[in-house]
Write a protein that binds this ligand. Sequence first.
Ligand code: IMP
Length: 200
Amino acid sequence: MRILIATMNRGKLREYERLLAEVPGLELETMAALPEPIEVVEDRDTFYGNARKKATEIATVAGMPCLADDSGLEVDALGGRPGVYSARYAGEGSTDSENNAKLLDALSGVADDERTARFQCAIVIIDQSGRELAIAEGACEGRIGSESRGSHGFGYDPLFVPAGYAQTMAELGPETKNQISHRAKAAAKLVPILRELRIP
Ligand code: IMP
């Protein structure tokens, strides 16, 4: 069973290889294996919508099943923002530290118990005829701290304190993150679905 992962990033490929290791006979490839890059505009208003759009366009052009994900941070005090705009919260092409600075600014004066938030992840697999083979979603609950702490991870990890922990995700590091993250939870739901699927 061969599935294309909608990324050029070998790190993400390795992450999915590990997360989906319990699926027998699964071979994952990145888009680097394709003759030409495929650009997809992520303009949907849900994580599922963006993941589905990416997987559909890529599977159809590449002629093989494609797994795409979309993820981001929802902050309750901001009505769920940055949400699908997480990567470009501080503007198109913004860096992680610019996004984090904007988030701290937006939450200045907000009390600790009102800084609840969650990382969300949607994973969708679409086949080459556009049929949805699988969908799985996962969330990681927590709150937004008042300063940047820690050096692991990426994105909002230095500000995000997972529920049940005192450290930020960037202080906790990959081993803990890979057990509690939104992506890990979504991927864990995908495993039994993939075990049942028979993709030639
Ligand atoms: P993507 O859909 O995986 O590209 O994630 C979109 C954006 O959401 C990233 O650029 C980050 O800002 C944020 N994000 C998603 N997952 C994480 C995470 O695990 N830690 C921190 N930030 C994340």
